[in-house]
Design a protein around this ligand. Structure first.
Ligand SMILES: [Zn+2]
Length: 378
């Protein structure tokens, strides 16, 4: 449920407040259970006012103040992304499940803080030349009589002038700050359709929400995470459900990484505590599939709205677009976007050895996609 109150003064200046009030999750909690006397969770989205109340401290901020602002092209891109948000709003009701509608609504509520204005700009070295507004999500629940405001998660979004070879956008979790940063690469987005831009934005926002969910779960336990942003939508963000798929994929990725290292000298080293690169890559591959499947589903719904509008205008029957999933391409893109920057990987992907490994993971990846798709429409 949404409660919308006009303008209110938050602790850091004028904000618009949107309150989502939720019931506790009906699902049993595993791991840390919360106080059984907790009556309800509340998630609030705080929208910064036009003038961000943060004090000016670092050199980056001074640079931001002196900057001439977005270019005409960036402003045009921002307007088109804003049109994509409007299109996605229209498409919400045609999504096939309430869970998807809830997820999209929450996601667009956050995204609309950045467009047509509110986004930041990074230069070609990734330096901030225009600050992003920073909406934040606050989670609180009541423990008995004591109201508690324990959790705050901040989101920033930048149009970046950095050169990006593959990715149209990316999401970075800023662990120490409980925050997310999304970058959309202008050079990869110029000339794309409204539908495509919407799809890119939604994809990165799903990563953001999944990351928020992980933080919430680590901090407040699964029961709270299972209520965000609504109990129905939380199911879509929960990658814990696909742990068996993840284990299978981990073996495939281990084979692939070994092969790349042995045959091509391409080394992927990411270690967090005692995790192997393959386990990390497999875990985030599950999230990648979730983001992919959801943005594809919204893209189809948006195409439906577009087609209906065109049909109305022209009297011709509506044509819907659908997007196919190509497992091998997916793995290649995923690895290039997120894990392997070595330029030799392009050539390696074309060799018979790598093609064989990719072929052997195909059925298992398709099984994961199938599972995520059925999870999307419960
Ligand atoms: Zn992604």
């Amino acid at each position: 449920m949404y409660i919308y109150s006009d303008r209110s003064r938050g602790p850091e200046g004028p904000h618009e407040k949107r309150v989502i009030t939720l019931r506790p999750s009906q699902r049993p909690s595993i791991g840390r259970s919360i106080d059984s006397s907790a009556q309800r969770f509340r998630f609030r989205l705080w929208r910064p006012g036009r003038a961000h109340p943060d004090s000016i401290g670092s050199l980056g901020d001074v640079a931001a103040l002196c900057s001439p602002g977005p270019t005409a092209q960036e402003e045009k891109l921002a307007r088109t992304i804003n049109a994509a948000i409007a299109l996605a709003r229209k498409a919400t009701s045609s999504l096939p499940a309430k869970a998807q509608q809830d997820l999209l609504t929450a996601l667009l509520d956050i995204a609309s803080n950045f467009f047509p204005t509110g986004f930041g700009v990074m230069d070609k070295d990734g330096k901030v030349v225009l600050k992003s507004v920073r909406p934040w999500i606050e989670a609180s629940y009541q423990r008995g009589q004591t109201p508690n405001i324990p959790f705050r998660y901040e989101v920033q979004l930048f149009l970046s002038r950095q050169k990006s070879d593959f990715a149209a956008g990316d999401h970075r979790y800023q662990g120490g700050r409980n925050a997310s940063q999304i970058r959309l690469y202008s050079n990869r987005l110029a000339g794309r359709s409204v539908n495509e831009l919407g799809s890119v934005l939604i994809h990165e926002m799903v990563h953001m929400l999944a990351s928020l969910r992980r933080s919430l779960e680590a901090r407040e336990g699964q029961a709270v995470a299972d209520a965000f942003p609504t109990t129905k939508a939380a199911v879509l963000l929960n990658s814990n459900k696909f742990v068996d798929h993840r284990k299978v994929l981990e073996r495939h990725f281990a084979t692939l990484l070994n092969h790349l290292e042995r045959e091509h000298g391409i080394i992927v080293r990411y270690t967090i505590q005692d995790r192997t690169p393959a386990s990390l890559i497999a875990e985030l591959a599950v999230e990648e599939v979730i983001a992919y499947v959801f943005d594809a589903s919204v893209s189809v719904a948006m195409a439906g709205v577009e087609a209906a509008t065109t049909a109305k205008a022209t009297g011709k029957p509506a044509i819907k677009l659908a997007r196919g999933f190509e497992p091998r391409q997916f793995v290649k893109d995923y690895l290039r976007y997120h894990w392997i920057s070595d330029p030799r990987v392009e050539a390696a992907f074309k060799t018979q050895g790598v093609i064989q490994v990719l072929k052997s993971m195909e059925p298992d990846l398709l099984r994961l996609v199938g599972a995520v798709e059925s999870n999307l429409t419960p």
